[in-house]
Design a protein around this ligand. Structure first.
Ligand code: FEO
Length: 398
């Protein structure tokens, strides 16, 4: 337990040993599941909860501040189980509590606890809750990080509880940013966290920053990583978010031809697709990338930044080749709908690679400009002309 300000305590748990979060995100510095108790003159609120695995130390931390039965409200800024997993067990230790959360959160939490009998108050944007000398103001902050997210602002103490927003998977034992031993590692963790959690939600990040701009505060209390304070990391973290969420400014649209090729046949098609895009009459920058010749992270970033793309894959053992699937596994599914794309490739016997990739792109709601173009073994002149036409169709779709 750590005292943050008068009547505000951090009661969550550290998980310094964690190295993978949410299956896909590596975490070199562990994480923390921060939860905050706010004691007003009349009422007590718990803001966000904790991961289920840490329930016992979490409960002990709460007991160091107050009798759990004296908690009146639980505010759930965001209902992902790293913040709510311990709620079902915690409720057994509490008296009558009312849960404050968003409309979406009210649905999620019933399914996370498998309880339909929870006492839930759905908050409206701007609504307040008076604890006696401490006022909680709820601010809608959707997609930071799920549709349910809200911020909670406490104006008397000039603090904002932002849950995932401005958080980091980074565990040091001393809570406040000014006690951090390795600020450069924290900055790396902040960036990794932003990319993994908020990368698909840039517009919402900008909206969240605007909402913070309207508030007067000197501390951000996230639910992962250190508490951010003025003149230490607070301004830095906000500035980083502003920079990372700023739209990439390009003078021209960007189209990318991704391919890989065992014997040069899919590559020959790729070259013609590239020429077709260039000759489409559109002002467009075209990049040409053999997927296996570049770091996969670089390829994935390019895939998510471009305005249109073509993917060329051979067929090996009745499927597209693994590097193509690896590329597509990094695709930002949130922002991909309606992006123009094309699929092509050479095959020897059965040729499933192209239709399999096309089906995947359609499931992500990308806009295939034409049916996949397939060539048997070495492309004929007619195949090459079709590849150029495919590129032209892709360029025209920009
Ligand atoms: Fe830390 Fe989106 O949960």
């Amino acid at each position: 337990m750590k005292r943050i300000k008068e009547g505000i305590y951090e009661v969550g748990a550290l998980n310094p040993a964690m190295r993978v979060f949410d299956i896909v995100m590596t975490t070199d510095y562990g994480t923390s599941y921060n939860s905050y108790l706010v004691k007003g003159q009349e009422k007590t609120a718990l803001i966000d909860v904790c991961h289920r695995s840490f329930f016992e130390p979490y409960l002990q931390n709460i007991r160091e501040v107050c009798d759990p039965k004296s908690i009146n409200y639980i505010v759930l800024n965001h209902n992902e189980p790293d913040h709510t997993g311990a709620l079902a067990e915690l409720l057994a230790e509490l008296g009558d509590v009312t849960i404050y959360t968003s409309q979406a959160g009210s649905i999620y939490i019933k399914n996370i606890t498998n309880r339909q009998d929870l006492s839930i108050h759905v908050v409206k944007d701007g609504e307040t809750l008076d604890l006696g000398g401490k006022t909680l103001k709820f601010i809608s902050a959707p997609f930071l990080h799920w549709p349910d997210s809200i911020f909670t602002y406490l104006p008397e103490d000039k603090v904002v509880f932002t849950c995932d927003f401005l958080g980091a998977h980074y565990a040091e034992p001393y809570t406040f940013d000014y006690n951090m031993a390795y600020p450069e590692k924290y900055e790396k963790a902040l960036h990794n966290y932003y990319d993994a959690i908020f990368g698909p939600f840039q517009k919402y990040v900008q909206a969240g920053l605007q909402k913070l701009d309207a508030l007067d505060f000197d501390m951000v209390l996230p639910s992962h990583g250190p508490v951010l304070t003025t003149d230490t990391m607070l301004e830095t973290a906000i500035a980083r978010y502003r920079g990372w969420s700023a739209p990439v400014q390009r003078e021209e649209k960007l189209a990318v031809v991704f391919y890989t090729s065992a014997y040069g046949n899919t590559k020959r098609l790729a070259v013609e697709v590239m020429h077709g895009i260039r000759e489409s009459g559109k002002k467009v920058e075209v990049r040409f990338c053999d997927i296996i010749e570049h770091p996969m992270e670089e390829m994935r970033q390019l895939l998510n930044e471009c305005d249109a793309f073509a993917i060329g894959t051979p067929t090996i053992n009745r499927d597209a080749v693994p590097p193509v699937w690896e590329l597509l596994a990094g695709m930002d599914a949130v922002n991909s709908p309606k992006r123009p794309c094309a699929v092509f490739g050479s095959f020897g016997w059965s040729g499933e690679g192209c239709p399999n990739v096309a089906a995947r792109l359609q499931s992500l709601k990308c806009a295939l400009v034409e049916e996949p173009l397939r060539a048997t073994f070495v492309p004929t002149q007619e195949d090459l002309e079709k590849a150029k036409a495919l590129g032209a169709a892709l360029g025209a779709a920009l």
